[in-house]
Ligand binder design. Structure first.
Ligand code: UD1
Ligand code: MG
Length: 477
């Protein structure tokens, strides 16, 4: 590990009481990504050689989430079993970095402030290295009064941080607050943490007390950061505020990369989505979630929701289509109101129309299902045509069974295909047929009752009705 790479600690052990949630605070999501994952991602982008997450409350759940996203053990974990404050949290991480040299810069991030930029972490690292006190922190001016630590200056130097609950009325008037991000030489950190005392309103060990020690060495450097970048999340109102800011950033980045959005304020694109190709066009009220990727020239019209989907170039997804865990080819025409459930594969040039539902179904190139169909556990061969109202009966109450419709087959409207069953290549299934046996290649399957025309029946029926009415007594009418 090179000396320039910061060693990053992320404080994430707190209870998050103000969230009023069963989910640990740092696993609440912004733009589909847990708060802690944003911070880890940013730390890694800043070139962090090693990232240690300090966990406590529900640490097993948080560790499992980290391992699932970044790979087992990619983020080290230090445990703080009892939450005795931010200073105590960092004390708990010291054994994990015991082998690191004293002149190494340690960056301390807070797990509940997800929008910290990697450039800012790099800036903070460089400022600590350059500072005679060997310490730097981020300051911010919140847009409204917040219970943040106030930065007290003396002779132009940072003298100390006074926490909101310990501050006098006069100190609370200070606009400059502590954003909760620090960089410090490990030697100072080791020494100063050992000197912390819990003599404050909360009876906790405050990491912020390190600033007073740095003052004795000439004063920590403060770097001003916009509030939107460093805003910490303590409750769900904060969470919603950060979500709006995250969405604004994500959408702006995609628009600058060549994506059109007719209404960015109602366009919801998760942080892990991408790439979105050039000339992608997205209408209002669209949500693109998970690990979705979208090719060049794709149109996604009003109200569509895509979750873990891949879409190849030039496909047109019309309004209110819902796709989940589906691979869509190029030049597909889909919707309005198509529903592709997990395991769907929709190949090039397929047409999928309104109220067509697919699940674990492979629609091969050029096949069509234009109206009202359920296609589950099915494979539909190239250029096959599925008539309106077709249903694959894939479930018998216990098991699921496969329907195979071979290339060029034509399924007449309102047919049921009772799986397991195969409709052979280029065959026809007559409208209204219930297919229970395999259909050999090139044949017609038809099961409906033969049509009988009873001539004159309607006239006779009406006459009989009229007579009945006449025979009724007037008071019965
Ligand atoms: C902290 C700062 C405050 C700053 C604010 C910015 C302290 C004493 N105060 O206050 O100056 O203005 O952040 O957002 O540091 N945590 C632990 N273990 C603990 C306590 C906290 O890991 O024992 C973690 C939390 O999970 C959280 C972070 O540290 O991710 C900050 O804790 P929080 O309780 O939110 O501190 P604030 O009151 O916001
Ligand atoms: Mg906080």
């Amino acid at each position: 590990m090179s000396r320039q790479q910061p060693l990053v600690l992320i404080m994430a052990a707190g209870l998050g009481t103000r969230m009023k949630s069963d989910t640990p605070k740092v696993l609440h999501k912004v733009a589909g990504r847990p708060l802690l994952h944003w911070v880890v991602t940013s730390a890694k982008a800043a070139g962090a050689g090693r990232v240690v997450a300090i966990l406590g409350h529900k640490h097993e759940v948080v560790k499992a989430a980290l391992d699932a996203s970044f790979g087992a053990g990619a983020v080290d974990v230090a445990l703080q079993t009892e939450q005795r404050g931010t200073g105590h949290a960092v004390q708990c991480a010291l054994p994990a970095i015991a082998n690191e040299p004293d002149d190494r810069i340690v960056v301390i991030l807070t797990g509940d402030a997800p929008l910290i930029a990697s450039e800012r972490i790099a800036e903070l690292t460089a400022a600590a290295a350059a500072s005679p006190a060997g310490m730097a922190l981020l300051s911010t001016i919140p847009p409204r009064p917040m219970p943040y630590g106030r930065l007290v200056r003396e002779g132009g130097k940072l003298q100390k941080i006074v926490e909101h609950s310990d501050a006098t009325e006069e100190q609370r008037k200070i606009l400059d607050t502590n954003a909760g991000f620090y960089a410090i030489k490990l030697g100072h950190l080791r020494k100063d943490l050992a000197a912390l005392r819990a003599d404050n309103a909360k009876g906790e060990l405050y990491l912020t007390d390190l600033v007073a020690h740095a003052y004795e060495r000439g004063g920590a450097t403060s770097i001003d950061a916009p509030f939107t970048e460093v805003a910490g999340i303590n409750d769900r109102v904060d969470l919603a505020g950060v979500e709006v800011e995250a969405r604004r950033r994500i959408n702006e980045a995609w628009m600058r990369a060549g994506v059109t959005m007719t209404d960015p304020a109602s366009t919801f694109i998760d942080a892990d989505v991408g790439p979105l190709g050039k000339d992608v066009w997205i209408a209002a009220n669209v949500a693109i979630r998970g690990k979705t990727t979208v090719g060049d020239g794709v149109r996604i019209d009003l109200g569509c929701v895509l979750t873990d989907v891949t879409v190849a170039a030039d496909t047109n997804i019309k309004p209110y289509s819902i796709l989940t865990e589906t691979a869509v080819g190029s030049k597909v025409q889909m919707g309005p109101f198509s529903h592709c459930r997990p395991g769907s594969r929709i190949d090039d040039d397929v047409h999928l129309g309104n109220f067509v539902e697919t699940k674990k179904t492979h629609m091969m190139a050029g096949s069509k299902a234009n109206h009202l169909a359920y296609l589950g556990d099915a494979s539909v061969g190239q250029k096959a045509n599925i008539g309106a109202g077709t249903i694959t009966c894939n479930y018998d109450g216990v098991g699921k069974y496969q329907t195979t419709i071979e290339a060029g087959a034509f399924i007449g409207s309102d047919s049921q295909l009772v799986a397991p069953v195969t409709v052979g290549r280029d065959s026809y299934v007559g409208a209204g047929t219930t297919v229970t046996k395999d259909v050999p290649r090139g044949s017609l399957a038809i099961t409906r009752v033969k049509q009988v025309n009873v001539e004159g029946w309607a006239d006779r029926f009406r006459e009989a009705q009229a007579k009945k009415r006449q025979q009724k007594k007037p008071e019965e009418q």
